[in-house]
Structure formats: C-alpha cells, structure tokens
Write a protein that binds this ligand. Sequence first.
Ligand SMILES: [Zn+2]
Length: 459
Amino acid sequence: MSLQEVYALRSQPLLSSRSQSGAFWNEYTETMPREQLDQLHLKRLQALLRYAYDRVPFYHNLYGEMGFAPEDIRSLEDFNRYVPTIDKKDLVNAQAVDPPWGDSVALSPDYYIYHFQTSGSTGTPLRIPFSLHTQMQYGEQWAYLYWGVGIRPNDTFYFAFPWGMYTGFWSAYWGVRCLGATVMSGGGLTSEQRLRQIEQLKPTVLVSTPTYAIYLAELAKELGINTSETAIRYTIHAGEPGPGIPTTRQAIETAWGAKAYELYGVGEVGAIAPGCPEQLGCHFGEDQGYATILDASGNPVGPGEVGENVVTSYIQMAQPVIKYRTHDLVRAHYDVCSCGRTWLLYEGGVLGRTDDMITIKGTNVYPAAVEYLLSDVPGLSSHYELHVASGNLNDEVTVKVEPSMGVSSTSYHSLERDLQAVIKAKIGVTIMVEVVSPGDLPRYELKAKRFFDHRPKTV
Ligand SMILES: [Zn+2]
C-alpha cells in the first residue's frame, strides 16, 4: 500500500456530509419546512411507540395503565396529550428492581457495545447501554455541529478531559470518527501536560467544558504560553452552559483566538442539540428526536417562553426514552434561523435547571440569567457563584463574582452597585453582590459548581 493510500484511509469518514452546501451536514433535514418536519415526527413517533410497546415491558405497562395503545396515537396532538412524561427516577427504579438493566431496555446486552452511566450528582446513577447503531447516531449529532461551523476531516481534535463513565465526550469522539478527522487524547494528563501537547502537536480544535477552557488559558498565562497563538481555531464545549452566554464566550474566544461553539447533550437521550453556527443558541436535532417545552403544570408553553425541555429520542434504541423530562430550562423559537436551519432553536442554550429555580417575591429567577448579565458590567469576569438561603419571606440570593484581571480593588464597591442595578433593571429583583479577589473562586476540570443551595431540603 502506498503512503498516499494510507493517508486516504486515515481520513476516510465513517459517515459523510449529505449536502451540496458546506454550511450543512444534512441540508435536507436541517432546512426541512416545519410542516414536513411535523409529518416526519409523527411517522417516527408512531414507529417508536410501536417498537417500545412491543419490546419494553416498562412502556407496555405504563401505556396499558394510561389506557392507550400505539395505534391510538394518530397525530402530534394525540402524542402531546396522551403519552405521559417519564423521569430519570423511573428508569433508575427499574434498574434497581431488576439489576442491572431492569425492564426498560429494548435490546438484550448481547447488542451493547458500551455501558455508560450518569454522574449521580442528583441521586443514584442511571446506567446507559449503547448499541453500535445508537453510538454512531450519538456521534453523528456532533458531526452536524463540527461540519456546520466549518471543521473538516483535515482538522485535529484535542480532547482535554478525563475519559470516564460519562457518555458526553465519548460521543464527541464518535462524532470525530464520523467526520474522519484526527483525535488526540489529553486523558490522564495534568493541565500543564495538556498545554504542552497543544503547543507541540498543534491540534486545531479544543474539546472541553467551557470553564476548563478558561482555566487552561489562565494557567497557560502563568506558564508563559500564549494560547491565542496556538493552532487552536475552534473550541467545542458541552457539559454546562457557556458559549451561549456572551461573557463566557468572549472570555474563551479572546483567550484562545478561536471561535467557541457548544452542543447541548443529555447523556441518556443523545447529543440532542448542536450549537447554531451563528452562535444564537442550540438547534434541537429534529431528524433524531422530538421536543416539547412544558410549564410546571405539564402544559406546552408558547414560542419564546421559558419551560422545561421534554424530549423523545429516535436514536436511543437500546434503552428508549419517550417524553423524557430533562429538567433543563430552555426558550425555544420555531422561526427559520438566520443560519438557515428550520430546527427549533434553544435561544442562549440551556438557561438553567428546574431544580435550581429561585423564587424572589413571586419572580422566578434561574441562575444562568444572572450569568448573562455579568457581561453588562465592564470589569467583571465570568467566574461567579450563586448562593441561595431562606429568608423570612423569600429566598435570599448572593452573587459572588471575580473582577477581570487588572481591575483595581478600589473599584470593587462600584462594580457591586452596578451589577445590582443591572439585575434589578433586567430581572426586577434585588440580590446581594459581593466582588471577590481574582482567583478566589474554585476552578473545575469538568462541570463547574455555580449554584449553592443553602435552603432546607423539602421532601
Ligand atoms: Zn441557527
């Protein structure tokens, strides 16, 4: 075999873009008119309900109790009205009753190529089985993002994270395989070793959580490495809100001299929403799932209103998820986006978690809303923490935030007053602000902990 043939093999994508245009991985589905998308959803939902009802006792019993069978669902309205939502605890319970997989899986373990699990940060971890088909499809969801923002098979990805039990970046890896690009693993290395590799091996794409990208850049400065002069041209993020928030995105893009994009994923459902190339938020992959946005009573909210994202996956065929409550708060728009996609847009990405919602004088406040406002006050960085405690009548909220580098401590007090005024003007509530010294707040390699709830637990 000649060297050229070897090169051709290396860059052979597992899948390929199905578009004439370089702006879309699959132009046909990404720009499909709403009416046609809805027809596609109905067909796929009906097929999925039949698949789950026939193969998964969990769904068979649930739908039997609710008094319907798959053939009774004849429209999207029927699906929205009659099919019940399920929650992570339903699947966790099923696995606990009959370990390890319970009665909620559709395929026997002979078909699994990977097992992952959720972090368990909000309770018992949920085991997630993957068939080869499911893993490839999770990967392809990342390829939509990579291709859409301009990354091509001749790019090289640097994965700056510990390869653990969490599905997210493993799927990002399969996305690179789908695309046909090269992967460098930064697993098991210190942050300094990762920076040295990035300097020497010249990868063009950095994959990490957003806060870790900022941390790496801060560390690089101490080591005398200028991250904006490395070969990195794209940074790709998941795991927490970030590039959808102006301050965080600016901080990453300036530090790395690169464009920062995100993907919103839910481990047990999929890499569900690749970021918009115009950086307006994330587009839900409507050829691989169906999403409804519900209010606290379970009714759909109007376009542009904040609600909980409830999703159904057409690709998680090992452990199907149908009307799955993500507890993520999103603001969805259904108009055609300026990037050309018809897929629904979660404006600004994930805005917060239903469990993190704070109520002050009857106003619901979600933590990411505060993060958005940091960029309105020049002199503040994106490093912050939100502390909530119970007051006499209301939740009492304190924001701790670091100033940008080089800001004099004599101006901390006026920064506090400015942020307080912006929050009062934009959200309508008064919260305490405390500006702390640069470096006072902890840095994280995976998900950053921003929200500290000191309220007594309610059962
Ligand atoms: Zn868009």
